[in-house]
Ligand binder design. Structure first.
Ligand code: SF4
Length: 140
């Protein structure tokens, strides 16, 4: 019983530290992004299809500083740097979907466990876009 309590407490402390570190990384990323200047920021946000307000909100989501889209593509065997991947990402607002995604924590857990490819069809809002890219042979 006491061992369980200690284990749970340590787990809660680890989660709190991880959340704190994540928030710190997100704040740093936001500062660096805004330091690029108004025009550069506007141009990047335009490519992502995100307004500045949406960007500010997205930076409050878990793992906001991480490029989940590229990681997801790589996890399922899509080259994120290919012309077709980048064109579809822009045309279908895949980056926007990713940065505003409500499943970022779950997504990150699967990435950390290296089993994203076995589970993303259950929750990823970009799954149809990924399927199309895979069907077009945009593999790594
Ligand atoms: S689950 Fe969300 S964060 Fe993860 S790849 Fe899909 S859209 Fe992006």
């Amino acid at each position: 019983m006491a061992v369980n309590l200690i284990t749970e407490t340590l787990g809660a402390i680890r989660s709190a530290i991880a959340a704190f570190a994540d928030r710190r990384r997100s704040r740093a990323t936001k500062r660096e992004f805004l330091a690029l200047g108004r025009d550069e920021c506007a141009s990047i946000l335009d490519i992502m299809g995100v307004t500045l307000d949406e960007f500010e909100e997205a930076m409050l989501l878990p793992y906001a500083s991480e490029d989940m889209l590229s990681l997801a593509m790589l996890s399922i065997g899509i080259d994120p740097d290919s012309f077709k991947s980048q064109t579809m990402a822009k045309n279908r607002f895949m980056s926007r979907t990713c940065v505003t995604c409500a499943h970022r924590r779950r997504c990150h857990s699967h990435m950390a466990a290296f089993d994203f490819e076995s589970h993303y069809l259950d929750f990823c809002p970009n799954r149809n876009n990924f399927a199309e890219l895979l069907a077009k042979g945009q593999s790594c």
